[in-house]
Design a protein. Structure first.
Length: 272
């Protein structure tokens, strides 16, 4: 991997050495309604390697969240399939953690007990995962808040707790559906930096849904641009900026050029 000395652009020569973790082949989804069939996804093919951070952007209603739900095993495809580690997804896999736009923390549980929920549901070793939960909370900057309740936390802190909950059972993959969409601009920027740090430290494979192209470019190794409904992939762009990425990247001309280029693709899809 080599870096541009001035603008921090890298050429990734390592992808061929990574293990393929997610494979999407000919995936379609049509919803059946009383008013007739509503096609959500046209055939999609996508590959994601272990440790990659892939962001998906597209016009409203293009099937971004449908793609994530299919990967999570929450709904079934109309045709085609998703394989995780070579196995077809037919139900929620154990090796997947999910973060939604709303943290969905239980008000009557403190932060630590919220984070430990996947351990209880899966009946995993409590002592082993309790130690992991505490380490994750420390990584997420929530050390000392273990006994606080959700209403005592800011929106950003609640979402960090939700990310810890998604990671506590040590999944290979984390699926994130617009996790920062409801946050104010300053908190969202802070959460982008936090998520980047967590990704760098854990090496998890992340599929991230967002409406924000700058957010996608800042966070991801690749940005997938989807078409208008029924959604399919119009562009799969490798992001060439070195990690770790700082706030200064947001003012880099190369960053703006790439976001403008992807934005033009997205604007064309939204208008079609």
């Amino acid at each position: 991997m080599s870096a541009h000395p001035q603008i921090g652009i890298v050429v990734d020569n390592t992808r061929a050495l990574r293990r393929r973790l997610i494979e999407v082949r000919g995936l379609t989804k049509t919803y059946r309604t009383r008013d007739g069939d509503v096609p959500s996804l046209a055939p999609i093919d996508l590959e994601i390697d272990e440790g990659e951070f892939v962001a998906v952007v597209g016009p409203s209603g293009c099937g971004k969240s449908t793609l994530l739900k299919l990967a999570a095993g929450l709904i079934s495809p109309t045709s085609g399939e998703i394989r995780i580690d070579g196995k077809p997804v037919r139900e929620p896999p154990d090796d997947v953690g999910i973060v939604f736009q709303s943290p969905v923390l239980l008000a009557w549980r403190n932060v630590l007990r919220n984070v430990m929920m996947p351990v209880e549901i899966r009946r995993l070793d409590r002592a082993l995962h309790l130690e992991r939960a505490k380490k994750l909370l420390k990584t997420a900057g929530l050390d000392g808040f273990e006994n606080k309740f959700p209403w005592q936390l800011s929106g950003g802190m609640q979402q960090r707790a939700a990310i810890c909950r998604a990671l506590v059972h040590d999944p290979k993959i984390v699926l994130m559906d617009e996790p920062f969409g409801a946050l104010d601009a300053m908190t969202r920027e802070h959460m982008n930096l936090e998520l980047q740090r967590i990704h760098n430290e854990t090496g998890k494979t992340i599929l991230f849904i967002t409406h924000s192209i700058p957010e996608a470019v800042f966070l991801a190794d690749r940005v997938v641009v989807m078409s208008a409904r029924p959604g399919t992939i119009r562009r799969d762009a490798a992001i060439p900026f070195a990690r770790p990425r700082s706030r200064e990247l947001l003012g880099d001309p190369a960053f703006h050029a790439l976001t403008d280029e992807l934005g033009a693709t997205l604007d064309g899809e939204a208008a079609s």
